[in-house]
Every structure is written in C-alpha cells, then in structure tokens.
Design a protein around this ligand. Sequence first.
Ligand code: FES
Length: 572
Amino acid sequence: MTDKNDPDEMPRGLARGLTNYGDRDFSLYLRRSFAKSMGYSDEMLERPIVGIVNTASGYNNCHRGLPELIEAVKRGVLTSGGLPIEFPTISLGEVFLNPTSLMFRNLMAMDTEEMIRAQPMDAVVLVGGCDKTVPAQLMGAASADLPALQLVAGPMMTGRYEGERLGACTDCRRFWADFRAGRVDAARISEIEGNLATTFGTCAVMGTASTMACIAETLGMTLPGTAAIPAVHADRLRAAEATGAQALETARLGLTPSRLITEQAVENALRVLLALGGSTNGILHLTAIAGRMGIQISLLRLNELSDTTPVLVNLKPTGVGYMEDFHAAGAMGTLLRELAPVLHLDCLSVTGETLGERLKSAPGHVDRAVIRSREEPFEAVGGLVALFGNLAPGGAILKRSAADPALFESTGRAVVFTSLEDLADRIDSDDLDVKADDILVLQNAGPKSPSGMPEAGYIPIPKKLAQAGVRDMVRISDCRMSGTAFGTIVLHVTPEAAVGGAIGLVQNGDEISLSIANKSLILNINEEELERRRQATPPRPATPDRGYAKLYADHVTQADQGADFDFLMASP
Ligand code: FES
C-alpha cells in the first residue's frame, strides 16, 4: 500500500502530475516519448526536475540578461543531479504596459501558479526582477506551494552624464521636473534620456524592484546575499548557478513557501521595508503575498513597526546612493545584522538555515556611508507611515522618508482632479486656481477605477508653480507612485473613489489636514455634508464587459488587501 503523502512514495520528475488519458502508464509512456523527441537521454528523463521560469521578453528591458542567467541556473541544476526545464510565463515590462503593469500582476501570478502546478517539476526557480514580477512570482509560488527559489535579475549599473552619476529612475524624475520648470532645455533632456538606464537589470535605486528583491531575501525565498548583486556582475551568474544547485536540496528538505512565508517572516519583511526606506508599492505587494498564505497585514501594526524601525539605508529616492553601492556596502547581510534585535530569527530560508544561523557568519566589509548602524540611523523612524481619518478610513500610505518634513503638518485647500484625463488636461493650465500651499487631490485612480491603480500619484507640480520654484506639495490620491519617486505624496487611499470612498467626495476649496504626528488624514467637512455628497455622487467603477479586464474589475480588492483577486487569497 502506498502513502500518497510520503515524499518517498510520491512520483517525481516526469511522472508527476500526468496528463489524464484515463491510463496512467500510457500517459507516462506518451510523455517520455514526446520528451525524447527533444533529444533527452533515458538518464536525464529519470532525474528529478527543476522548472525554471523564464520571463524574458522583447518588451522587458530589465530582463534582457535572463537568457545567460538561466544558462547558469541550468548548470547548477545539472551538477546537483536534476534535469532543468525552462518554461515561459508572461513578462511585465514596467513601462511598456497599458494602462498599468499592476493590472497584470495578478494575471502573471495566476500564470505562474498554474504552470507550476500543471507541469511536472519537483522544485522551481523563479527568474525575474522588474517591478511586478517578483510579487507575481511569489504570489503564484505561494499558492502552488511547491519548493520554490526566487532568483532576481539584479539592479542596473549607473551611467554618467557630464560627470554626474545617474540611475533609473529617481534621476529620470528629477530631470523631468527640471525640464517642466524650464531649468533643463529640450536638447539636454534628450541627451539625458540616453544616460539614465544604460545596462540591463532593474531600476538602479531603492525602487519597487529593489525593495521586492530585498523582501524576497528577507522572506527566505532567495539564497542569502543575492538580492542586491548587480545584474551585470559575474557574481550574479554565480548566484544563479548556486540557486540551481540548491533547488533539489530545498525540495528534499520539504521547504515549501508555506514553511518560509510565515507571519514572523512577513513581519521581518515589514521591518526591512521600513529600514530600507523602501517603495510604497512594497506594502501593497507584501500584503498580496502574505494574503496568499492567509496572513493579514494590519496597517496599524505597520505604524507600530515604523515607529520602532529606523531607516538605515542611504539610497535614492530617500537618500543619495544606488543599488551598486548597497551591494558593495554589505547589502542585506549587513542590514539584517543591524535589525537582528527586532527580527524573528527562527525564520527559515530556502537553504534550511534559520535567519539567526545565517547572521552568525562574519559580517565582512561594511560601508557606513550607505548602511548605517542602529545607533546612528539615517532617519530615526521607518520610511512608510499609514494615515487614517474620514478621508481614508481603511488607511493611506505616505513615504515619509522621501517627503518634505516642512509639509508633515499641513492644512490646505483642495485642488481636485476628477480623473487622470482631467489631471492631464488641466495641471499645466494657466487658468488653474492653485497656490503652493494647496493640496492636490486626484480621484478615480484606484484599483477598481478604469485606470487600475497606476503610478500616477506623483502628481506633477503645476507648471506655473514649478517655474516659480515650487518643488513639493502635498498630493493625495487613491493610486500608487513609483518606488523611485519622492515628495509629500499620500497614496493608496482606501476605500477608493470608484467604490464610494470619501476621496471621491472632495470638492475644490475643501479644507484637508495632513498630520504625520497624528498619522491622520482629515477632510474638514461634517458628516451630514459628506452624506449629502455621497447621495449625489454615485461611484464610477470600471465596467468592462469581457476578458481579463472584467475579471480584474469584478474581483480586485482594495489597496489594504494588496489589490489581489478576492478568489485567490487564502482564508486567514
Ligand atoms: Fe523594470 Fe524599473 S523598469 S525595474
């Protein structure tokens, strides 16, 4: 009698998950026959299989180096006695997708989950890096719950322009703001355009891709020490080979994502997000990943952690450095050592080692200009803070480490844009009634809006104010912003306008109060007036009638739930 739950009794390699023809032996015979058509020997077809997810695409500049990386993974798998089999999933090149890559993160997660589950493999290496890729792969792998190892693409190197070091994409935004304000002319911006992203790899700063790579390492889903290795560095290829070589051991140890992505590991990842001064998207994606394990992230808990976790990393957009500096400064090993007193050290990684065991190794070189000690932090409190109030009963997020402290306690007059189209039409109009101490509000750009929560929360400073020297204003929306952006920008307002949230009821001239000290976001309108407006202002959610857009509109959750699909989240 065989026990289906005994690993020794479970089919492995090509015999896993047979195609159903009603005759198991025939199914395996046919599968082996077709596999042999690809030139595999019997010896290879007897081996356990490591699937390798390939997310390279002509529409994804960040993943241009993946073919070489995957060859290195294969070398590692072969040396460990496995058969590496590469397979594609969709690829999400951040700047090539309309209306926004976030809309396709859940599609990629479904693709990843279903292909891991449907195809025969004993372990899987997830290769990718661009913003939505690592979240999608971790979400999919978490739901599939097969032993999985994340291998990130690695960050781009910086370029040079007139002696200045540049990296995508904090510098992209800084120069664009200068161009809008008339401080940079058209010829110069065109030259700069060619010097911002000069190698393959993910954005060079602590944007979303870098943040998620560091979160993946903190969750134990990568090999230790691999999150920050630059994409073009030879160590990146060695990390790929080592990841391939580790995969079958991870499977042998039964280290499925559900054993790694625990409540404690998620809390560690929140600490790291805060200490990095990481992307605001990081909280959205981590919430979605945790949600696949039935773990709920409370924004109130985020605030507690934020008040006791200093920012230790001096990278753009919070500070001045780039990811290559973080790598050279000691990277995640150094950061985790600094945070160790507040981390859960029993959490496991794909190696089977606990975090505490990992951190016992010698620290190596540390550059304190890039990674500060807890005693001398870059900022005393964490990078992100959640805000609550009648304007955001379900919470909103502000990256205080990349905001102007002079605006932390602000009360101002609302200047409202009712949609992205309205924003594009009027933001630079000479007739726009706006002053530097006003608060810009963008409505109808959340998950259920027609735009699907794009990175439009970095509302441009109105041209006439930019030209007058204004560099920051309080901006509020129900959408997101790029992890590479900076400014006093309130995002992810929940509930969003498209489902009747109060942000959709704000009118020009209303008074709004932001207080970082109180962690509050208040629309200074009484409840009766708000209710009157609610009755008179029906929500305007997207109503596509077919395809993936309909699936998305019908099932995407609010930002505080990670904007995952309701039917993919696990029960708490
Ligand atoms: Fe791919 Fe920034 S565009 S990480």
